[in-house]
Design a binder for this molecule. Structure first.
Ligand code: CTP
Length: 401
């Protein structure tokens, strides 16, 4: 397959095959265009029974191709021209028939022919009745597609247009849009190894109680996802969280600050960049009881001892990776952030308002580096994470030039 220019080019060929889910593709086309992606649509003959080409033409501002033999294409080679003019192909919905064709290299219409002639990645979003999906023939075909490095998106479980319930629903337009957006992220950290700590640490008082910081892990996980999109090899060390883990190279779940430090010590030397997002508990009980402490009528005094500062440990290594710190502050954010950045000797520290960011899906970020302060206005954490990764990649490059 030809290499893709991820930086400048965002051109997608959207193929639509016959299936009731085709009506949702109008919304997908709208999201893609709004997201700055150039969309060229190609429909099969059966897709036209479910969705009109005029709708897609209006949404994408481009003619919709349906015929292999199109007189408007100068050299009559629409299948070659169209597949060469894009960076990726997404077929949504992909019917059982289309999947079978692709698995066997058949090329009897424009969409199947240009997929066969492509020199770019192909993603498909299957949508069909659950029995058709479960049929051994379809399963065999899907296995073949995976072996051929074709990305299969979904399908999802749920109520189907035919009234049955099961696997076979096409992923929703916003989910497919997210996948395409990820695909087009610039590979700014290609070949780089990134270590990330995320979530809180839990410091046990006894078998059932402990001290924990308020942290959902959402920001750290968003950064791990953004680093993956940017092509990095990511190791994620995470405290206890209720989130789906990103598909990182190595995932190390930990509980306490001491566990986190031990994991960081094991991993850090292999990494180019260390992003310390974890809300590490600054203290732990001097004694952690293995049995449950029984209640009495008296006050209870907890003796707390300081935890190691993990970020400081990494910064002080003889050959530290490029280190990025976080600071959740409740007041005097600029002053506290700069004090923290200088105290920890960090090239970049990211501060946020604890009240706004904790547990939320959005946050406002303040970036402090040698050039001063940059504010990233309130936005979803995944968008902030992508901007952060871009900034980190720029600073990292400068640092090593
Ligand atoms: N950090 C760490 N280990 C600790 C405490 C903090 O690695 N024991 C890291 C955090 O992951 C974050 C940065 O240090 O990247 C700043 O953490 P923060 O809790 O805001 O600062 P502290 O240094 O703990 O100072 P304070 O709690 O007094 O604000």
């Amino acid at each position: 397959m030809a290499a893709i220019n991820f930086r400048n080019s965002r051109r997608l060929l959207l193929g639509i095959t016959g299936g009731i889910a085709a009506y949702k593709v109008a919304e997908l086309a709208r999201l893609l265009v709004q997201g700055g992606i150039e969309v060229q649509t190609v429909m099969t003959e059966s897709a036209r029974h479910f969705l009109g080409p005029t709708t897609l033409q209006a949404l994408t501002s481009k003619p919709v191709y349906t015929q292999l033999w199109d007189d408007s294409v100068n050299n009559s080679m629409a299948h070659i021209d169209l597949s060469r003019a894009v960076d990726a192909i997404l077929v949504a919905p992909a019917s059982a028939d289309f999947i079978a064709k692709i698995a066997h290299g058949l090329a009897d219409d424009l969409l199947s022919t240009l997929c066969l002639a492509r020199n770019c990645p192909l993603m498909i979003a299957p949508a069909m009745n659950q029995q058709m999906l479960g049929n051994p023939a379809t399963q065999r075909n899907l296995t073949t597609l995976k072996k051929d490095n074709i990305t299969i998106l979904g399908p999802a479980y749920g109520i189907q247009a035919c009234g049955e319930t099961g696997m076979g629903r096409m992923l929703e337009p916003h989910e497919l849009f997210e996948v395409v957006q990820n695909f087009f992220q610039p590979r700014l950290l290609q070949g780089k190894r990134v270590l990330i700590t995320a979530g809180p640490t839990f410091e046990a008082i006894d078998a059932v109680r402990g001290i924990i910081n308020l942290s959902s892990g959402k920001m750290g996980f968003a950064i791990a996802n953004a680093a993956l999109e940017a092509g990095a090899e990511v190791t994620l060390i995470s405290g206890p969280v209720c989130l789906t883990y990103p598909a990182v190279k190595k995932l190390i779940p930990i509980t306490s600050a001491n566990d986190m430090l031990a994991a960081v010590k094991n991993e850090v030397t292999l990494n180019d960049i260390f992003i310390s997002v974890a809300a590490v508990a600054d203290y732990r009980p001097a004694i952690s009881h293995t049995q449950k402490i029984k209640k009495t009528d008296n006050n209870m005094v907890l003796d707390l001892v300081p935890n190691p500062d993990i970020l400081q440990y990494v910064v002080n290594l003889p050959n530290p990776p490029f280190c990025v710190g976080f600071a959740a502050e409740t007041e005097d954010i600029d002053k506290n952030a700069e004090i923290k950045r200088h105290k920890k000797n960090l090239p970049l520290l990211i501060a946020n308002f604890a009240q706004e960011a904790m547990g939320s899906d959005d946050s406002t970020l303040m970036l402090f580096d040698d050039n001063g302060k940059h504010t990233l206005a309130k936005a979803p954490k995944i968008d902030q994470a992508r901007r952060l990764i871009e900034h980190i990649a720029t600073l990292y490059k400068k640092h090593h030039s």
